[in-house]
Design a protein around this ligand. Sequence first.
Ligand SMILES: Cc1cc2nc3c(=O)[nH]c(=O)nc-3n(C[C@H](O)[C@H](O)[C@H](O)COP(=O)(O)OP(=O)(O)OC[C@H]3O[C@@H](n4cnc5c(N)ncnc54)[C@H](O)[C@@H]3O)c2cc1C
Length: 412
Amino acid sequence: MQEYDLGVIGAGPGGYTAALFAAAQGQKVVLFEKNLIGGVCLNKGCIPTKSILYSSEIYKKIQNCSEFGISTGEVTLDYSKVIERKNKTIEKLRKGIELALKNAKVQTVNSEAKIKSSTEILANNETYKVKQIICATGSTPKEIKGLEFDHKFILSSDDILNLEKLPKSILIIGSGAIGTEWARIFANFGTDTTVVEAAPHILPSADIEVSKRVERIFKTQKIKFYTQTSVEKIENKTVTLSNGETLEPEIILAAIGRTPNKVEKIEGVEYIGDVAGEIQLAHYAMKQAIQKTTNIPMRKDLIPSVVYGTPEIAWIGKREQDLEPNTYQKSLTLISSLGKAHCDSETEGFIKLLSQNGEIIGAHIVSAEASALITQILIAIQNNIPIEKLKEICFAHPTYSEGIFDSLFKFK
Ligand SMILES: Cc1cc2nc3c(=O)[nH]c(=O)nc-3n(C[C@H](O)[C@H](O)[C@H](O)COP(=O)(O)OP(=O)(O)OC[C@H]3O[C@@H](n4cnc5c(N)ncnc54)[C@H](O)[C@@H]3O)c2cc1C
């Protein structure tokens, strides 16, 4: 029987991060993966969507480039090349992780693994004896009655990654991060895009003002949407909505969440990432992995959310709808007030900060580079840096981060 300090099941961001950090501490580690190294994030999630999104943004930008003094001939799109580039990006990154695991002397076993006890893992008919187990077996697209994936007309977020050609029209059910990013991708490529959301607003987990702004942006980007509306039935490729309207999209993407993969919970085993069914984000899975293997603490209430596309959307901390009126202060800076935004023609959006007792407690950003801006504020919140102290910092000009600086001075 082979013996290890740590056995990790699942090589997504949670699993491979745990394996690498434990190995860096001198532990003997074995990592089991039944499919591809990188998990959902690399193979079916974060990376492929952002690669396709980037292609779609370039396609759209080129069509509007005369504003920047650039003229082109006819702009054509070869969607198979978009997918080819996406696949190459994934492979390149996967090779990087595989090499890092090899260099760290993590033993990887390409097999399904089963937890026998808190110190034994069964894989390939072999038992691996380990001192500790981290289970990071992830999640799969949620399927509900009446909206079962047939993988041809009703697609999951896995199916949609490998379309051979762009549809003329699509109905996206759900406007969380996945639904919103795909709506942006298809709209950029010129597909007739409609989003149906059961909650009162698009991006229901965002601050209310962000949701409303995204709805406004959807309108300018010609993304049709219904809120407080659900799908009643789907028959012969006709979709009947709860408001009585019918739609006949070429395909449907059902993006209504993800279900943690089934695992038997065994005492003494650590469950991290999507399988734990809490926050289903790659950076949360990675941070949990680091916490379990190094004891570096983390704040579970300060995990940033980002939605990619133009403009980016990012938030952290308290939302305005979570707070009692008159218990907080708010400052709002329009992105159109920033020089850099005009240089880039990216003037849509705002930076909204919420504060209590002289410290920032929430930040909600709709702006180019929002994914990077949010971390600046996160550092301030997590370290309880007072707004008066932040005012001492010199922000570079011209940048989008000047919007944060301006916002600080708007608090009374
Ligand atoms: C379309 C899409 C876009 C996304 N975009 C983002 C984003 O931009 N940012 C972000 O933070 N998050 C994003 N996510 C979420 C992110 O992908 C997940 O939160 C993340 O992958 C979870 O990591 P994990 O390690 O918990 O599990 P996973 O990445 O799901 O990996 C689990 C691994 O375990 C393996 N496995 C399962 N059971 C076994 C077993 N019994 N034996 C061996 N191996 C097993 C699986 O094959 C898989 O490789 C996105 C998700 C989707 C679907």
